[in-house]
Design a protein around this ligand. Structure first.
Ligand SMILES: [Mg+2]
Length: 319
């Protein structure tokens, strides 16, 4: 289907109002949409209030696994966004937990973690025992006698995601689990994202860089529980009960947010809004549109709508 060779810009108040009328439910990415690192994008709070006043349903859907849902609520509060409930925040640390449950891996099981504390917290909150992760023994420089290199045969799965503490000891220990017993232990990756917009205009490596690194050195593929996977979409729609045909995904990344919305057939194939406040630039969007029109591009990456930022969308709606 070459449906969206020409995505619609949201440039006028009329465009913005029509967009809001099309949807009852808004799935909203966080990094690059709500905030850039620790800085709130202007007028996002007012935009969210406006959605709530109009009785729209909101869920936050992030591929970031570095924070747990509890930490996300704290971040929302710190940035002045109040009243968000934990059950409307979907992190990929949490979706990893739901995937373990779906696999029949019981609470009380040990899970090896390569990633930041968000994954460990979600696992602990749901009754699993995380190993690895932030264990200080993994901060040491390479030492083949490190006791964590010896595989604990009770570990039932490996979960990997983004971490700022990626080092040879973490790579080597995680690899032992991925190779153990003929590669029998399931390997879950929180997402396949290459990078994300950091502070000071920096582009930083995202979870997919870590997950794919381990995939490469183990020669194994992983179960992707983040956007754009169907697994994540199914979890969210099962949990929220949202009508997909009245739902849109707002995000800044073509390969995760926009592909997720298109693959999940949100808004009957029209439920995607790209914001240009994060990783995707205008030239990239133009290049995608041009290549799709010449049948070279992947049209699952093409958004139905695009707008500068939620700031702009709010200003148009308030004009
Ligand atoms: Mg993002």
């Amino acid at each position: 289907m070459t449906k969206k060779a020409n995505p619609s810009p949201i440039n006028t108040t009329q465009d913005a109002k029509l967009l809001l009328d099309l949807f009852d439910n808004f799935l909203i990415d966080c990094d690059g949409v709500i905030w850039l690192a620790e800085t709130l994008i202007p007028k996002v709070t007012q935009f969210l209030q406006l959605l709530q006043q109009q009785k729209k349903q909101i869920a936050f859907v992030t591929n970031n696994s570095s924070k747990s849902r509890r930490s996300y609520i704290a971040k929302f509060e710190n940035l002045g966004i109040h009243g968000i409930h934990k059950d409307r925040v979907y992190t990929t640390g949490y979706s990893a937990v739901l995937e373990l449950q779906k696999m029949g891996i019981r609470q009380g099981s040990k899970i090896w973690v390569l990633g930041d504390s968000g994954i460990e917290d979600e696992l602990s909150d749901e009754g699993y025992i995380p190993l690895g992760g932030s264990n200080p023994l993994l901060d040491q420089s390479w030492n083949p006698k490190n006791p964590l290199l010896k595989v604990d045969p009770e570990v039932k799965a490996v979960v990997a995601g983004s971490t700022n503490e990626f080092n040879f000891m973490r790579i080597a220990t995680t690899l032992q689990y991925l190779m153990y017993d003929n590669k029998r232990i399931p390997y879950i990756g929180t997402n396949g994202d290459r990078n994300y917009p950091g502070p000071e205009g920096l582009t930083l490596p995202a979870g997919g860089s870590i997950v794919e690194y381990m995939s490469y050195c183990s020669g194994r593929s992983y179960i992707n529980v983040g956007k754009p996977s169907k697994t994540f979409a199914d979890i969210i729609f099962y949990d929220t009960g949202f009508d997909r045909s009245r739902t849109t995904m707002i995000g800044d990344t073509l390969s995760s947010d926009i592909k997720f919305g298109n693959d999940a057939n949100l808004g009957n194939g029209h439920g995607t809004l790209l914001v240009l406040s994060g990783v995707t630039t205008v030239p990239e969007l133009k290049e995608l549109i041009a290549s799709t029109n010449h049948q070279r591009g992947d049209d699952s990456l093409v958004p139905q709508f695009y707008v500068d930022s939620l700031t702009k969308l709010y200003e148009l709606l308030n004009d």
